[in-house]
Design a protein around this ligand. Structure first.
Ligand code: FAQ
Length: 321
């Protein structure tokens, strides 16, 4: 019996790793398309985490209590950390973080459509945690089993944190729903605005998805966009019922034959408008991101100069100089 490492052709070795459900590592040969797909997806994911700090960051100064403020700061910081793990995972594929940031800033790489909607009330912070982090975990648990090792390992830690985020969002909603009629109405209004954008996070229908079939063959994606979306709907409807909130979809109903909830059609014109840069907040989000990058230049320069100095000191102490 031959083992994977004894096979001669790099392409065969790659396929054998995929077939055996093992992980492809940075030093392994991989098809150029596999590498490019991963860079695209991981970078889009990293950019989403970083841009995703803005809608919630908007409420840090206005959180209703000190405790809520501390929790929100920690959550937003977690998203920055996720961005960092993901940029590091992408760098193992031979691209630099600076290159990826440049691609984002010049609009040549995307980030998730969901972060182009405004956060109008405190209830939006609950709705984001519950629905947006809920949708993110649904997608990302699958990615802990993705075929590329560094991406899969980054996702394990990210998922643990996202699941805490989801619970804190649900808890905000629960408090609002058990509060005054005005608070409950605020929670309902937030769900009315975030439900459809959350469903859009899973991407176009499988039949319209450019990358799904190849990505599933390579086991980058393990479950299709539509199947993940269905899973999210099935999981979330009972949670909404427990909160006493209505989901804004008149076609939403349990289908006993399918064993799933049926739901209405997403407004795909809106989805593509937002993906292509014309959502309510696209311009603000990118401008803010670029400004923060430019304002932070001196910090990056100082950190790089410090690292260089430390390295020189270590080298000097090794040579006794
Ligand atoms: N928004 O062929 P597919 C988070 C693009 S993290 C914008 O189906 P694919 C945490 C897609 O890129 C949220 N663009 O693509 C958090 C492609 O365009 P391209 C981000 C979208 O890659 C919570 C085209 O449409 N999560 O929320 C979207 O196979 C709270 C055709 O689509 C990830 O990135 C969209 N929604 O499947 C942070 C997870 N959907 O590149 C802060 C990793 C599709 O050819 C606060 N990514 N497009 O020009 C994935 O799993 C996949 O990339 C999908 C899309 C499922 C998003």
């Amino acid at each position: 019996m031959t083992t994977i490492s004894e096979r001669t052709s790099p392409a065969e070795r790659f396929q054998a790793i995929i077939d055996a459900d093992e992980k492809v590592e940075p030093s392994d040969w991989m098809p150029e398309g596999y590498r490019k797909t991963l860079i695209r997806q991981i970078a889009q994911h990293a950019h989403s985490e970083v841009i995703g700090m803005q809608p919630e960051g908007n409420w840090i100064t206005r959180a209703p209590t000190l405790e809520r403020k501390a929790i929100l700061i920690a959550k937003v910081q977690d998203e920055a950390g996720h961005g960092l793990y993901l940029y590091s995972a992408a760098e193992t594929l031979g691209v630099t973080r600076d290159e990826l940031v440049e691609l984002l800033h010049t609009g040549r790489q995307k980030y998730s459509s969901i972060f182009n909607y405004p956060t109008l009330t405190w209830a939006d912070i609950g709705a984001i945690g519950w629905l947006v982090d809920g949708a993110a975990i649904t997608n990302q648990v699958m990615l802990t089993r993705t075929s590329y090792g560094p991406y899969a390992r980054a996702m394990v830690r990210i998922c643990k944190e996202e699941s805490f985020h989801q619970r804190q969002g649900y808890e905000i909603m629960l408090r609002l729903c058990n509060g005054t009629p005005e608070q409950k109405a605020m929670a309902q209004d937030a769900v009315n605005r975030w439900w459809w954008p959350a469903l859009m996070m899973f991407g176009p229908h499988d039949s319209e998805s450019t990358h799904t079939s190849q990505s599933m063959e390579w086991k980058i994606k393990r479950i299709s966009n539509d199947d993940l979306r269905q899973h999210f709907v099935d999981m979330t409807v009972p949670q909404a019922e427990y909160l006493g909130l209505t989901l804004p979809d008149p076609e939403l109903r349990w289908n006993p034959e399918r064993g799933h909830y049926d739901f209405g059609e997403i407004d795909w014109d809106e989805f593509w408008r937002v993906v292509n840069g014309h959502g309510p907040m696209n311009r603000d989000r990118l401008e803010h991101k670029i400004r923060a990058w430019e304002d932070g230049e001196w910090v990056r320069d100082a950190a790089a100069a410090y690292a260089e100095k430390q390295q020189a000191r270590r080298a000097a102490s090794r040579t006794g100089g």
